[in-house]
Design a protein around this ligand. Structure first.
Ligand SMILES: *Cc1c(COP(=O)(O)O)cnc(C)c1O
Length: 486
């Protein structure tokens, strides 16, 4: 362990991550009584996306657009150059992205999924397949809207919850070769690698895997696309877990990762702790295929739907992503929470990954059938008993097949996101404490059913309800154990 957060030893011998930043701007939080939390959850249709932050204590829904900005980022926003075209803010960001990603052409977009829209429209045609380590919700929708089919070719043991496998985000090379054999290279639009694979628990891939994937891509004259939304954390894990890189710096690791990709796209809501997104490449040919779409959907080439203030903060933020102290903060807090919960026998994804702590809802609630959405039920239950807002990443986040039946998700997860530098250690300890209580009372939690189900991306706006009176029972037990405590 060489990262700064865990390099500090405590006299007690305990391994405790230390915040290597100080708090200078704060936001007041409220923890409401459990009766109000339960009413808020019912009002929100048992969907944590529909909660209002006035009812939320610790917002662990996502790290998207919620990372804390640095003093340097905030101050950079003051020099923003407001212009429709040719803004100096854009040129500063372009220089920073060229430097960090090693790619010359920069296309700005208003967020990650907007970049996915452009990439999908430019490079996917009907009947194409897109092999990848794992899908992301918005990625898959954009690819399918353009007539493509997503093929997930992760290793057979990548979805095991409890694991000591360090790179569960790797692409299985034999399966990749088999895809080219079965479909022929003409039908493979591109190969997509997602850094710190979001939906399987923020699990990284190794540099060696990227090299191997690149080799197969080259043999088949097919391009590799890198989703770099969580690339900083993946680079940090490469340094931590891949012997060859133990003395490398994050910046060099990032550059090498990007060097294998023909095209890199990202959500700046994550990678640079701002808002926005973008696409970078060294190929003029690829750039020209996307340029006009960008102007059509996002805005002129020097702002792409972003405010110039965000563009300035992005230029600073992308450089800070290369700072190991910055990039190790979230993974070291996640590791703390995961290790505590794991030691208490609670099923969480191991090894600890990026983005958040992922609780295995199938293991937590074996008595709730998958058709009754255990991850959604667990997210609702945790909010009711703690005011902590997590996100369902299971069957509710999946889709229905052509017969209208649920496609049961590979894994049912409650994701508790740790946005960078937002939560303190005592807040992290509160999370661990309440999850432990919930685990001891897990038999009280029941399933959910739909009240209102939108056909597209239903997890965002859909409304559900409890199948039985389990929320009342949970509330009563909480009052019994905690009395008047919040
Ligand atoms: C968040 C995310 C996206 C989409 O980015 P938005 O800015 O939320 O639109 C795409 N890919 C990955 C891996 C992500 O984590």
């Amino acid at each position: 362990m060489t990262d700064q957060n865990s390099a500090i030893k405590f006299y007690s011998g305990e391994q405790i991550p230390v915040e290597l930043h100080k708090v200078r701007i704060v936001q007041k939080l409220f923890l409401k009584p459990i009766e109000e939390r339960k009413a808020a959850m019912e009002e929100a249709g048992f969907n944590t996306f529909l909660l209002s932050t006035k009812d939320v204590f610790l917002d662990m829904l996502t790290d998207s657009g919620t990372n804390a900005m640095s003093d340097n980022q905030v101050s950079s926003m003051l020099q923003a150059d407001d212009a429709y075209a040719g803004s100096q803010s854009f040129y500063r960001m372009e220089r920073a992205l060229r430097d960090v990603f090693g790619k010359h052409y920069v296309l700005p977009a208003h967020q990650g999924r907007a970049a996915e829209n452009i990439v999908s429209q430019a490079f996917i045609k009907k009947g194409d397949v897109i092999p990848m380590n794992y899908h992301f919700t918005t990625t898959k929708e954009h690819m399918e809207l353009n007539g493509g089919k997503v093929l997930e070719i992760f290793a057979d043991d990548a979805l095991e919850i409890k694991s000591s496998k360090l790179f569960k985000g790797n692409i299985d090379i034999e399966k990749l070769k088999a895809v080219f054999k079965e479909y022929g290279k003409e039908r493979v639009a591109f190969v997509r690698m997602e850094a710190s694979t979001n939906l399987i628990g923020g699990q990284p891939f190794s540099m060696q895997n990227m090299r191997d994937v690149k080799k197969v891509c080259d043999e088949n004259e097919t391009m590799m696309v890198l989703d770099a939304s969580l690339i900083g954390e993946n680079a940090y894990f490469i340094k931590q877990r891949e012997e060859e890189f133990k003395n490398a710096n994050i910046k060099d690791i990032l550059l090498e990762m990007c060097s294998y990709a023909d095209l890199v796209y990202f959500s700046s809501r994550k990678v640079s702790s701002t808002r926005g997104g973008g696409i970078v490449t060294n190929s003029k040919d690829l750039y020209m295929k996307m340029r006009d779409l960008l102007v059509l959907y996002e805005g002129f080439l020097t702002y792409g739907g972003m405010s110039v203030r965000e563009i300035e903060a992005m230029a600073v933020g992308i450089n800070e992503t290369c700072d190991e102290t910055v990039i190790s903060q979230s993974p070291s807090f996640i590791a703390y929470a995961v290790n505590q919960l794991d030691a208490a026998g609670i099923p969480v994804i191991t090894p600890p990954g990026a983005l958040g702590c992922h609780v295995d809802a199938k293991g937590f609630l074996p008595h709730v059938p998958q058709a009754e959405y255990p991850a959604g039920a667990l997210a609702s239950a945790l909010f009711i008993i703690s005011g902590i807002r997590g996100m369902e990443r299971g069957t509710i986040s999946s889709v229905r097949d052509e017969n209208g039946d649920d496609i049961l998700a590979d894994v049912e997860l409650l994701r508790l996101a740790f946005p960078r530098r937002v939560f303190t250690l005592s807040q992290t300890m509160f999370v661990v404490d309440r999850v432990k209580w919930l685990y001891d009372n897990r038999e009280l939690i029941g399933g959910l059913e739909w009240v209102e189900e939108p056909p597209l991306l239903r997890f965002f706006m859909g409304r559900l309800k409890a199948k039985t009176d389990w929320p009342e029972k949970l509330l009563a037990k909480f009052k019994k154990d905690f009395g008047e405590s919040l």
